[in-house]
Design a protein around this ligand. Structure first.
Ligand code: ATP
Ligand code: MG
Length: 373
């Protein structure tokens, strides 16, 4: 097992003497006829990183993954892997293992033969193939399933076989296209942990496509948020969550309130007739803008002398209450997540009036020209 693990991660040693960059994508554009699926993508992925491509359906995640694999040739741009320009190489000459969204195991082959497939193509000797398959199946916790056919396995087990198969030839890069999306919620959460642990152990650079923000936030070292063929933001889960670079990212990741405001010429905005100070922005005075704040950052108080709101609805969500509010000033809606502990003293019931505090450091301002994109 030990020697296997070591042999699967040659990158570790090269990294020390070579560069830290595994993949460099520059100016990558992909058109299908008149339709531009990817527009000037620039992205750099470090050696050993776990990166998630995250975005809504049709934003170009699979297309970008396929371009990296050479399964869809880019219209423009370059892809460099470990210093080698692979832009024009066919898939078989590129160094990756891939797991597709649909399990894509060969249904007529046993688990053993599925995993052995790539190794046999390389004409590895029989003894070595057997040894490697056993090791890989142990790695994904499926020892003993060698003789089974895919149809006799659960969805989660099939995906683990698919991961073992993708890793069989010791690729430097593992590409996963929504590997968990077809599975039920419990299995998905369990497999998340397993895949992440496996990736960490092998140190293999990994790109996983998902449209599930929770999956990306829990698994990725860095998230690439995509929208309509462009990258909106690249960052760690914490950066993406706490400092969304655009209104799109703010809205796509987690729960977010947006309130319409008018910018003032100083670091202030007008929310209805109320002036909120100490909110730096780049808008011109009088320009329409939106401010965003997460429900957990909204503070509710007894003091209704300042900004206040009417409680419309209270939803119990375990450790916290989600409170729907209407701002007294201008009738805009707002959601607040209140820890159960704090909620008790506030007597939150529909119709009740509560004070609202929007901490300046939790607010972000988006110009409407951007917010309406
Ligand atoms: N072969 C093709 N011919 C024409 N258009 C295509 C082709 N492949 C993809 N597209 C288009 O490119 C866009 C991006 O597709 P892609 O499959 O990359 O999206 P995605 O982000 O993976 O979405 P999903 O989450 O639904 O899988 C879509 O509008 C799609 O219709
Ligand atoms: Mg896709």
């Amino acid at each position: 097992m030990q020697s296997f693990t070591t042999s699967l991660s040659p990158g570790v040693f090269e990294t020390l003497v070579d560069t830290r960059t595994h993949l460099e994508i520059a100016g990558l554009t992909k058109r299908f006829g008149n339709f531009t699926a990817l527009q000037s993508i620039d992205l750099s992925i470090e050696e050993g990183e776990f990166v998630c491509f995250l975005g809504p359906s049709g934003c170009g995640k699979t297309t970008l993954l396929r371009a990296i694999a050479g399964l869809a040739l880019q219209s423009e741009g370059r892809i460099v892997q470990r210093g080698q320009d692979i832009s024009a190489l066919p898939p078989q000459d590129r160094d990756f293992g891939i797991v597709f969204q649909s399990y894509a195991l060969f249904p007529n082959l046993t688990v053993f033969n599925n995993v052995a497939y790539g190794l046999r193509n390389r004409r590895e000797d029989r003894h070595r193939v057997r040894e490697r398959v056993e090791e890989l199946l142990a790695l994904v916790d499926l020892s003993g399933s060698e003789g089974k056919y895919p149809a006799a396995l659960s969805g989660g087990q099939q995906q683990r076989v698919a991961v073992a198969r993708a890793l069989a030839t010791e690729p430097a890069l593992l590409l996963l296209d929504e590997p968990l999306s077809a599975l039920d919620a419990r299995v998905r959460v369990h497999l998340r942990g397993q895949i992440k642990a496996l990736q960490h152990r092998l140190g293999v650079t990994t790109i996983m496509v998902t449209h599930d923000q929770e999956e990306a936030l829990t698994m990725a070292d860095r998230i690439v948020v995509m929208n309509q063929g462009v990258i909106e933001q690249v960052g760690t889960p914490a950066e993406i969550y706490h400092h969304p670079a655009s209104a799109f990212v703010a809205e796509f990741i987690g729960q977010m309130n947006f309130l319409d405001v008018k910018a003032d010429d100083e670091a202030a905005v007008h929310l209805g007739r109320r002036r909120l100070e100490n909110i730096p922005h780049t808008c011109a005075a009088g320009e329409s803008a939106r401010i965003s704040i997460r429900p957990e950052s909204v503070e509710l108080t007894h003091d209704t002398s300042g900004m206040s709101a009417r409680v419309e609805d209270v939803e119990f969500l375990g450790p916290f209450l989600r409170v729907s509010l209407t701002l007294q000033d201008d009738g805009q809606g707002l959601m607040a997540d209140v820890p159960v502990r704090d909620a008790q003293s506030l007597a939150l019931v529909a119709g009740q009036r509560v004070g609202v505090h929007l901490p300046g450091d939790a607010l972000r301002v988006y110009p409407c020209r951007e917010a309406s994109r």
